[in-house]
Design a protein around this ligand. Structure first.
Ligand code: B12
Ligand code: SF4
Length: 448
């Protein structure tokens, strides 16, 4: 059987497309769960053309909410040519009935649990409309993703790895705990080690003399030249401390640079911070979300304590690690002053990179249900559910103020002056990593 897996893309400006060249693991995971007698190809529409006349037996499409309308168009093109289409991923999982108006079958939840059964049904000519995962896939049963099916020349020279699934928290705007569950599942370390082996081989990076020479220019240069950069995509790398400690010790052995997501509370644990730094962590991605405690409480992220943010940032910087911070604007407590307060916070604390997104109640989240009940959902134009547009009625701001204010934050954070102050002045953390990242956003916001 010939299967074509597609990651759809909306029309994007060239500067925007640059920012998402991270690659992805979802379709490589689906490919890994496919029986070996099937031939699988992956197309990333962001950078590759879809050939609708390709002779295939099945098309599988993934979609996050903003690309769902495009996914439906693609599905219809293939179905017109008599090719059955299956959709999976977050959006179809929360709105299967909507998706079924455009595709033959929907996979709800993790592919590992249902995809082989679906393929068998297709072979037997009894494809069902809905395939629902029964519970969560255990860490041990996750088959390593088939990364070799991606065209690596299309992406930044970094590798993606997933070591856990789920998150113990239940923030009301986030789809993770509903989709992946709040039971935190860890993958077996020997399996992770095999993936790291395949991606990086064992260390060391290069002969000591060459390393010394290059390190004189920048201590990160050898890692960039040897492409030893890893993004751990887990939602929360520290939810099971014992596992994290073992994972860090494993990663350390590969002599690479990595970054991943953790809650701000990581700063209270010096032992963990020390291990993070020793394992090659160059950035902790932290969802600060808001500087207002009442906002945080309302979105069920009251465990974030804004009064301790600055101290936490200093602590993490003190271990030589940078911080990628994300914020949400447009929450119920946010008045027109929120934009300047966020800018001041980011600049004063020298966050190494930071973005503020417009509060977006994605379908299937608790926040969507709450705002819908309150009659505040403005539309269901999924393409604009991308955290850059206003999709619900804020309380203390107009939609125009919100878009304008969010853009002002980006423009100020990525102005030349701000980049210089945040990246090149003390504590001066990994400038080789943060400068290109900040510069990409500078170029994007210059066109706004
Ligand atoms: C890495 C990441 C990214 C990366 C890569 C995205 C990608 N395509 O994977 C980048 C940076 C590009 C990104 C961008 C965005 N992201 Co993002 N991202 C993530 C993150 C942290 C991990 C994704 C991942 O790989 N998960 C692990 C894999 C295994 O899970 P999965 O993708 O769901 O795939 C499994 C199943 O869904 C299923 N499946 C998926 N596709 C298919 C297809 C078929 C045919 C089948 C059978 C099964 C199947 O099988 C897979 C294996 O079990 C998730 C959070 C999370 N934990 O998922 C957020 C998440 C997916 N992102 C989210 C959002 C909001 C965005 C943005 C809109 C944010 C923004 N403003 O820029 C953009 C949208 C980009 C776009 N396409 O337009 C939301 C999704 C909300 C929604 N309803 O769509 C999530 C859930 C985070 C959250 N807090 O809610 N993201
Ligand atoms: S801590 Fe992060 S991943 Fe977990 S539910 Fe909250 S926002 Fe989502």
């Amino acid at each position: 059987m010939k299967i074509l897996l597609i990651s759809p893309e909306r029309e994007r400006k060239k500067e925007e497309a640059f920012l998402f060249r991270l690659g992805f693991l979802n379709l490589p995971y689906v490919a890994a769960a496919t029986p070996s007698d099937c031939e699988v190809r992956i197309v990333d529409e962001a950078y590759e053309r879809i050939n609708f006349d390709e002779k295939v037996d099945l098309v599988g499409i993934t979609a996050q909410t903003p690309v769902a309308p495009r996914a439906y168009q693609i599905a219809e093109e293939f179905r017109r040519r008599g090719v059955p289409v299956v959709m999976g991923g977050v959006h179809a999982s929360v709105l299967p009935e909507e998706a079924l108006a455009h595709v033959d079958a929907v996979v709800i939840g993790e592919a590992e649990a249902t995809w082989p059964r679906l393929l068998e049904d297709l072979r037997q000519g009894r494809l069902q409309r809905i395939y629902r995962a029964n519970g969560w896939v255990e860490g041990e049963t996750i088959i390593p993703p088939r990364r070799e099916l991606l065209n690596h020349r299309l992406y930044f020279p970094l590798k993606l790895l997933e070591t856990t699934r789920g998150c113990p928290h239940q923030c009301d705007f986030c789809q993770v705990s509903r989709f992946f569950g709040n039971r935190y599942r860890t993958r077996p370390l020997p399996q992770i080690a095999r993936e790291l082996d395949a991606m990086f081989g064992p260390g060391p990076v290069m002969p000591p003399w060459a390393r010394q020479l290059l390190s004189a220019i920048s201590k990160d240069l050898p890692y960039f030249l040897k492409r030893r950069l890893l993004y751990i995509i887990d939602n929360n790398v520290v939810a099971n401390k014992q596992f994290t400690i073992e994972l860090l010790s494993l990663v350390k052995g590969y002599d690479l640079l990595w970054w991943g997501h953790a809650p701000v509370s990581i700063a209270t644990d010096d032992r963990l911070l020390k291990l993070f730094a020793a394992s090659g962590c160059i950035a902790v991605n932290i969802g600060f979300e808001s500087l207002s405690p009442s906002n945080l409480k309302r979105i069920k992220k009251g465990f974030n304590k804004p009064a301790r943010y600055s101290e936490a940032i200093k602590k993490i910087h003190g271990y030589g690690m940078g911080i990628m911070g994300t914020f949400i604007v447009g929450l119920d407590d946010d008045d027109p002053g929120v934009f300047q307060r966020t800018i001041d916070f980011i600049l004063e604390n020298q966050l190494d990179w930071a973005l503020a997104f417009i509060m977006t109640p994605y379908p299937g989240t608790e926040s969507f249900e709450r705002l819908d009940k309150e009659g505040r959902i403005l539309h269901r134009d999924w393409e604009r559910y991308d955290s850059l547009n206003v999709v619900y009625q804020p309380l203390l701001l107009s939609a125009e103020e919100l878009v304008g204010g969010m853009r002002r934050i980006w423009k100020e954070v990525f102005s030349v002056r701000s980049i210089f102050r945040r990246i090149f002045m003390a504590p001066r953390i990994h400038p080789l990593f943060y400068l290109p990242m900040n510069w990409g956003f500078h170029r994007l916001t210059k066109n706004w």
